[in-house]
Design a protein around this ligand. Structure first.
Ligand code: SAM
Length: 269
């Protein structure tokens, strides 16, 4: 179930009812879980469930669930499974025929999206980028043509370097929002282009607190069908048909499958 991402009052009545009635609460960190329960006067049994003990704990937990036990899973903040432990437990529990009941509530990615003003009709949650610049740029490269708002989790110490890599890879002119300390006292939502925000944080230094970085979708290209055909014909002179279609799809940000079909049509006259 979801728990607050900062403001302790961001918990649903249903989450409180459930915490007070389950047989046991599985918490990423039992100290954090206890603080939440204490804040609401709930006396529940807590035990740890996290990445380091999950594999060992899962068989026993699943056996109890199959026997009819009612367990709640919480993480330190927000929604479990979202860059937090839980999916293997949910997966294995479902495989064993256990009913999973989601108790929705806060998640930093959605709070950031809602505050950002960036397109929300299509978005892609990308979790944390890799810590090292080479791997980070490769990860960003794969996202370059995704026609959606991209959402990343980030920490203050890596923010400037990540923004610089995103600006270099995705383009310095892409719209960007850095949402910091959401739901907390020093909540801040700063927008600009990727280039502007990379320069700002390079100058200002590492900000305190927790951060969501959002990058707006790539500008829509108005592509002329004739340009695509010309590019395909050109690429097919140099490359096998599939590679040619892939290359042109990357350049225009279009579907590889569609361009392969078009390449076939062009070849067959
Ligand atoms: N499961 C959580 C959720 O649903 O949002 C996310 C857990 S992940 C380990 C922690 C990351 O979420 C932080 O490093 C930060 O990027 C983001 N985050 C969590 N709370 C936040 C907040 N109040 N404001 C901005 N970002 C936050």
């Amino acid at each position: 179930m979801s728990t607050p991402i900062g403001n302790l009052r961001d918990i649903t009545l249903r989450a409180l009812d459930t915490l007070g009635s389950v047989d046991e609460v599985l918490a990423e960190d039992t100290r954090v879980g206890r603080k939440l329960l204490d804040a609401h006067g709930i006396h529940a049994k807590l035990s740890p469930y996290h990445d380091h003990n999950g594999a060992e704990r899962r068989p026993g937990l699943i056996a109890r669930l199959v026997d009819g036990a009612c367990l709640a899973l919480i993480s330190d903040a927000g929604t479990p499974l979202v860059s937090d432990p839980g999916w293997k437990l949910v997966h294995e529990a479902r495989e064993a025929g256990v009913r999973i009941i989601p108790i929705p509530g806060p998640s930093a990615m959605l709070a950031g999206l809602v505050a950002s003003g960036l397109a929300s009709d299509r978005f892609m949650f990308c979790g944390f980028l890799p810590p090292k610049t080479g791997a980070r740029q490769r990860a960003a490269e794969e996202l370059k043509t995704v026609p959606a708002t991209l959402i990343f989790y980030e920490g203050g110490s890596r923010l400037a370097a990540s923004l610089a890599d995103l600006a270099e890879t995705l383009g310095a002119d892409r719209n960007c929002v850095v949402a910091r300390e959401l739901t907390k006292l020093f909540e801040e939502v700063r927008s600009g282009t990727l280039g502007e925000l990379a320069a700002h944080y390079a100058e200002a230094g590492a900000p305190k607190g927790e951060i969501v970085v959002l990058v707006g979708p790539p500008a829509e290209r108005v592509t002329d069908a004739g340009d695509i055909d010309a590019a395909l014909n050109d690429a097919m002179q140099r490359l096998p048909m599939k590679a040619a279609a892939n290359e042109v799809a990357d350049v225009f940000g279009l579907s590889k499958r569609d361009l392969y079909q078009r390449a076939l049509q062009l070849k067959n006259g």
